[in-house]
Design a binder for this molecule. Structure first.
Ligand code: NAD
Length: 329
């Protein structure tokens, strides 16, 4: 059955990949964002440039009889970005989320998915590199990442309140570090895998690259195809509580650098900058509930995902350098 769908943040990394997948499945898709996708054009049936912090724009974005809304628009970036801008990120995203929820309800959308984050988890449960994987209930008592994490946690609560007061159908996904080709790799909003791929691609064999922290902080990383698959499965499910979507393959940032260097075929020396932002010491996803609810979990391991991601970033850097050289001549 063809559905009428809205993807907000469709000019961004996950939103763009989701639009491609939904179009392949034969659905009608409206994409909305502040910008078009950076690295290839969108295949959405309609693409509107709208600032979703504004109520009137949210009403416009949600018009018509939409079956499902994937709300992926957010002001976000890697650890350097989200620890630098607390007020801006919290204000921008709260405005997007409360306006989008209410506009979706007023326009009678059938289902609304909110993209939350592992940054909602209590910081005091993430103090060791060998962290116990986080279960959904570990978000409480609340002690999330300042700014971005608090905003995500409160928006999750808003989704629950909309079910409580209006029986408005909401789904809540907590992503754990998504990476892949066509993701931001420079400019300050990039996340660790893309930043490390860029640094390694720009380095020569035997060069040094800067790594934030001592590199022993740990995370899990999910390839974008798994992320899109999980999103579609969660939307189709009857599960209304927050659900982890990530891998449980815990790696340190030092290991991540080694994996990337291996894919690149380069010897890389790490220069640790202990003053650089690092976020929590350890974070991993407990996928017990994910397996229970979706009868599925992400399966693309980090080495396999990096074999797709690194060459894309390396080629992008070459393409951009070639354009600059041409302009200079
Ligand atoms: P992204 O930055 O690539 O995409 C977000 C998009 O939202 C951008 O294209 C941006 O222009 C758009 N946007 C920002 N403000 C807007 C506004 N006022 N109006 C309209 N559009 C606006 O990020 P992403 O990685 O694709 O993330 C998608 C969602 O997943 C976000 O909600 C993010 O918080 C969440 N998330 C992502 C990750 C990850 O690792 N990528 C991890 C946890 C949570």
């Amino acid at each position: 059955m063809q559905k009428h769908l809205l993807v907000t943040g469709a000019g961004g990394f996950i939103g763009h990949a989701l639009v491609k997948r939904l179009k392949k499945e034969g659905h009608w898709v409206r994409g909305v964002d502040l910008k078009y996708p950076e690295y290839e054009s969108s295949c959405a049936d309609e693409f509107e440039i709208l600032d979703l912090r504004r109520w009137d724009n949210c009403l416009r974005a949600t018009r018509g009889s939409l079956d499902e809304i994937y709300n992926l628009a957010a002001d976000m970036g890697g650890i350097g970005y989200i620890t630098a801008f607390l007020a801006d990120i919290a204000r921008n995203n709260m405005l997007i989320n409360v306006h989008m929820l209410e506009a979706a309800r007023e326009n009678n959308a059938r289902r609304f998915l909110f993209s939350s984050s592992a940054c909602v988890y209590a910081q005091n449960k993430q103090k060791a590199s060998s962290v116990t994987p986080l279960r959904e209930e570990d978000a409480f008592p609340a002690d999330p990442e300042p700014g971005y994490g608090w905003e995500k946690l409160f928006s999750e609560e808003m989704c629950r309140y909309y079910w409580h007061d209006y029986k408005f159908e909401t789904r809540i996904v907590r992503f754990h570090n998504v990476y892949g080709p066509l993701g931001t790799y420079d400019g300050g909003k990039e996340k660790a895998p893309a930043a490390i791929c860029r640094k390694v691609a720009l380095a020569s064999n035997g060069d040094e690259i800067e790594v934030w922290g001592d590199g022993e902080q740990t995370r899990s990383f999910m390839y974008v195809d798994d992320c899109v698959e999980g999103l579609i499965r969660l939307m189709a499910s009857e599960y209304r509580d927050a659900l982890n979507l990530g891998t449980s393959e815990l790696v340190s940032i030092n290991q991540l650098v080694d994996f990337v260097a291996d894919v690149a075929g380069k010897q890389i020396v790490k220069r640790h900058n202990t003053q650089g932002p690092q976020g929590v010491r350890g974070r991993n996803s407990d996928n017990s509930r994910l397996r229970e609810v979706l009868a599925w979990e992400p399966s693309i391991n980090l080495r396999r995902g990096l074999r797709q991601t690194y060459p894309w970033i390396e080629n992008e850097l070459k393409r951009v350098a070639a354009i600059r050289t041409k302009r200079a001549c």
